[in-house]
Structure formats: structure tokens, C-alpha cells
Design a protein around this ligand. Sequence first.
Ligand code: ZN
Length: 463
Amino acid sequence: MQRVFVLDCHKNPLMPCTPARARRLLRQKQAAVYKYFPFTIILKNRVGGDTQPIQAKFDQGSKVTGLALVADFQKGKTVIFAANIEHKGQAIVEKLLQRAAIRRSRRNRKTRYRKPKWTNAMSQAQLQHINQRPKGWLPPSARSRLDNISNLAKKLLSLTPITSFGVENVRFDTQLMVDPTISGIDYQQGTLFEYEVKEYLLHLYHYRCAYCHGLSNDPILEKEHIIPKSKHGSNALSNLALACRTCNEDKGNALPHEWINKLSQSKTKINQVRLTNFTKISQGIKPSMRDAAVMNSLRYKVVDTLQRFNLPIELGSGGLTKYNRTLQQFPKDHWIDAACVGQSGSDIIIPTTLIPINIKALGRGSRQMCRVDKFGFPRTKAKTKSAVQGFKTGDLVKAIVLKGKKQGTYQGRIAVRENGYFNITTKHGLIQGISYNTCRLLQRNDGYQYSNHKSLKQLGETR
Ligand SMILES: [Zn+2]
């Protein structure tokens, strides 16, 4: 189980306790439930208490960000709470495209004349001024990702005595990459440097085979020597590429010109693609590092965001995270990666009983005034007030229906209807038409949906 967050009677965070202790406190009426997700209790007559250092660690990804709270106990650094945060990402992109399409069709319809917003008479300078994006502008999907992380950090700070943060600031350590004393020198298998190199290559070639561009459908990507090691090829970055296993085996230990010869004799599509790409790479023409720099700059934004909380931040590279996780033989998941971030991630205890939670960003309703049909015409009436009988869509409720067809107890998020009969999304499915007067509010909608996630045991512990 996860640890339970504890507040004192002034709502100051105390050290999270075990679920067993929380149950006892609740049974003895010394505490009350403060929040259901993440589960938090509030003590009725206690102020202050001893706390130990807790680090909140994040492993940001484009779709899912991992979170782990690591407490510095005597037995070692232990994960006491973990979560995967699902970002809205693609959903935002789709909504924006949908909005643009509706607006376009509305402008093109037979409507009254509207004066153009922008005219050709505007000077180029004026236009540029209008189009200029404010400083620190981010694409909406990236902005929402960043907001999810800072919201959650803020929420956790009010529930636990967090003393520091941990986050990746770079995918790979560029400083290690350009170090002339390292590049070219034969390094050992399984070292941190090798992990950094792999991350670098994955990034440089956009997570796909540099030769066939993913045509072979082989998911295994490996570090590849352009001039084979057996033919005295060096370990320098300039001699390395990323190849899928299929391409790697096809190339074997052929020298560049030998493989080019072999490929040019074949007419299959995959070999044609390989030929074009490999010819370029063997001539030293590689993708630029600038793309990778942009990705790293997004990582820095997360660091900037966390800096606002005025707590120490431990930084690490993506290579280091992967190295730490592999060395400790943990399975791959975002919350586990989060625990392995930075130097302190090299020695982590993850209790097998820990059940992480899944936090899905859903937003708070919609700004669209009414739904439209496929032609862009209004399909529903304009939206009305969002609160019905004190309930709002997304609230977590418990409904006890005593009689009738719907008899039973239901718990879940509601979708409110103006007539007072709500829909409840429970663990077992959607229940429709539940009257508001059977519902009891458990927790207000905070824009996130919470559910249990796979534990270490369910992920298939590799130890
Ligand atoms: Zn390939």
C-alpha cells in the first residue's frame, strides 16, 4: 500500500503514516478523512511532529510523467508514494484543430459581412508585432504538461513535508559527450558513459533506426559502429550510429563501402532506403544536434517551474536515470524512473506492496458554448450553469440508492444533468439516472482523475 498523508489540526503536513496506523487513528476517532485522492487524514488534536527528509522526484515524459516521494529512513532511501501523471497532450492538439475547423467553416458560411480582422494594408512591422509570441511562450500541450507538474508539486507540498526535489534537466550529459578525454577512448561495457551515449544516439536519430528509418519494424535499437570494431573502428561518437537489430545483423562486420556495394545491388525498398541513409552517414552527414537542444530546453522549463518553490533541487541526466534503474534491476515504468533520478537514485528501496496511483489530467469542463453537428451547425442548446444542486461534473460522490431498479451503492465521478439525475462513472461502469438527493460529495473535482496503477509485483519484478 501507499503511505497515507497526515495533516495536524492546523493543516500542517506531518510525516506520512502506514495505512494500518491510519486505520487505527480513524477507528479511534483521533483522525478524520481529509481527502480521498491522494488519501489524506487530518488529526483532531495534535500540533506538529517529527519529520524526516522527503524528496519529491519527477521523471518528465511527453505523455506520462512519473512521480516518486522518497523518504530518507534509517534503512535507506525508501519510496513511500508513487504516481504516474497522464498529460492531456494530444487531446489538447485535437481540441485546437477542432476549434479551428469550426471557426473556418463558420467564416465560409453565408453569413453577414464581417470586416477582416487582419488586412493587407497592415504594415509588415505591425503584423510581426501582433504575431509575436510573448516571452516564455510554449505550445499549449507543453504548457499543460508543465502546469500539471507544478500543480501537483504544489498539492504535494501542502500534504507532505517535502524537503527537496529531484528532476532530470537533460536527456544526456552533453558535457560528458564533448569531453575529449573520454571520446575515442575504449570504455567498458555497462558504464554510465555508455548509457549517456545510447540516450544521445536515441535522440539524434529520433528513436528510430538510422538506416532503415523503422521500415524493418524491429523495435530493438542498438548502438552501431559505422566502421566495425573488428575492423579497428573506434568508439568515438563520430563512428557511432543507431540501428535496429535487423539492419545491424544485415550489415554484420562489413566495412562501409562493402555494405554500400551489397545494398546497391538489391532493388528492395528497404535496401534502397538503407543505401540512401547509410551513404550519407558514412560520409559524416548526420542530423544536427539542434533538435536535441530544443528538447533539453523543455526540460529546463520544468526545473525553472520547481525553482519557484524555493527548495533544493537535485539534477540528473536521462542516461543516469536509466543506468540507476538497470543497475538495480527494476522494471521499466515512469514512477520507477522518477525514483531513480539523479545521484541519489542509485540506491533505492521500493516496497513490493507499494501500489502507485494513476493521475489523469482531464481539465475542468469545456469552453465550447454548444455542441455542433458534422456540418458545424449547433446541435445542442447553449450550455447552462455548471453547478446542479451543488454538484459539478467531475465531483467524486457516493450515492446510496435504497429502492427501485437502481438500488445499490455507487462511488465515482459524476456528470451532472440539469434535471437532477446524474451519471456516475464507477469502477464497474457507467450508471445513469441517479438522483442528486442520494449523492454525498466526497471530493470536489480538481481536474484530475485518480485510479490505482500496477505495483512492482504486477510489473514483473526482475530481481
Ligand atoms: Zn533498421
